[in-house]
Write a protein that binds this ligand. Structure first.
Ligand code: UDP
Length: 319
């Protein structure tokens, strides 16, 4: 019997563990007293996000590309597959890596889940809805995605990952589920990752122009990272979630113009709000219907946008 078996603690593999959401999932699992194998190839992740985790004897970091075959780790109870570039500029800079980690990587990890009889969670995205024709988006909506546009490396790879996950549920009996993550923000988002919250806050605190793309009337719904993490863990651990697809996000919806004004006000910034071209295939609106998460998991976001933004602004000021 190896050390992990004898300790009796649940063992988790987290891919994308050095990333924004991944590193918070790692911290939460360690806090629950679990053992964590944290996998990341550091393409867009940063090992600094794991500084606290690294002090914990139940934590092991492995610099690893999950499109390769996983080394033997001993028993595994849970696999959280979060590895993927996730901001629009990141996945457009690494389109092939993005496509592969969500397809080849997902298949490889599902095989590991089957071999270890581990529970598996695939992190999909609201991007599977594309530029949605249904609003708000329910899990039953099939989406409106450009299959070969500049976002397809992400959107279509996530859709493939969902398909592969369900294939392993149906044909291989794997205990897997899918989270569709809507826009999430908070500490540890890279200041230069190009997402709207990181851009606006960093522009505001540096008195640089705040770049609203297009007319700023497009909407997003913003979930604070602690809420996202509790949703992911609830989805993994709740009964009756095998084969389920669940939206996780905060239904509070803002136009990007209003968001820029709010962040300018909250930071007391003298930045000018500017308008530049809208990137191709930028969805015009997005808001999750979270009825299923509420019913199935008893989960809903707790953190108001003002509170989450205050914490995120404070984080960026420390960098
Ligand atoms: N956006 C913006 N200014 C920025 C960055 C993004 O107006 O500096 C807009 C972008 O056009 C999109 C929304 O904010 O409509 C959210 O963008 P983000 O890249 O954060 O995430 P997405 O939901 O597009 O994946």
């Amino acid at each position: 019997m190896n050390e992990l078996q004898s300790s009796g603690k649940p063992v988790c593999v987290v891919t994308g563990a050095a990333g924004f959401i991944g590193s918070h999932v790692v911290d939460a699992l360690l806090k629950k007293g679990y053992k964590v194998f944290a996998l990341d190839n550091l393409l867009t992740g940063n090992e600094k996000n794991l500084t606290e985790a690294e002090k914990n004897p139940d934590f092991t970091f492995i610099n690893f590309d999950v499109t390769r075959e996983l080394p033997v780790l001993g028993p595994i109870n849970y696999i959280y597959h979060l590895a993927s570039p996730a901001s629009v500029p990141d996945y457009q800079k690494y389109p092939e890596e993005t496509a592969l980690v969500n397809t080849v990587g997902t298949r490889g990890l599902l095989k590991v889940a089957k071999a270890h009889n581990a529970k598996f969670l695939f992190t999909s995205t609201s991007e599977v809805y594309g530029d949605p024709k249904e609003h708000p988006q329910k899990e039953t909506y099939w989406g409106n995605v450009n299959p070969n546009g500049v976002r397809a490396c992400y959107d279509e790879a996530k859709r493939f990952g969902e398909m592969m996950t369900m294939l392993y549920v149906r044909n291989q009996g794997v205990d897997a589920r899918i989270a569709r993550i809507f826009n999430t923000y908070g500490p540890r988002m890279r200041p230069t990752d190009g997402r709207v919250i990181s851009n606006f806050i960093n522009q505001a605190i540096q008195s640089k122009p705040m770049t609203v793309y297009g007319d700023g009337m497009q909407t997003r719904s913003l979930c604070f990272v602690s809420d996202m993490v509790s949703g992911l863990i609830a989805l993994m651990e709740s009964e009756k979630t095998k084969g389920e697809v669940v939206n996780l996000g905060n239904p509070e919806e803002y136009t990007m113009g209003d968001l820029a004004a709010k962040i300018k006000m909250m930071t007391g910034s003298d930045s000018e709000i500017t308008h530049t071209d809208l990137p191709p295939d930028d969805p015009t609106k997005r808001r999750p219907d979270i009825t299923k998460a509420k019913t199935l998991l008893g989960w809903e976001p707790q953190v108001r946008v003002e509170t989450g933004l205050t914490e995120t602004i404070a984080y960026y000021k420390t960098l």
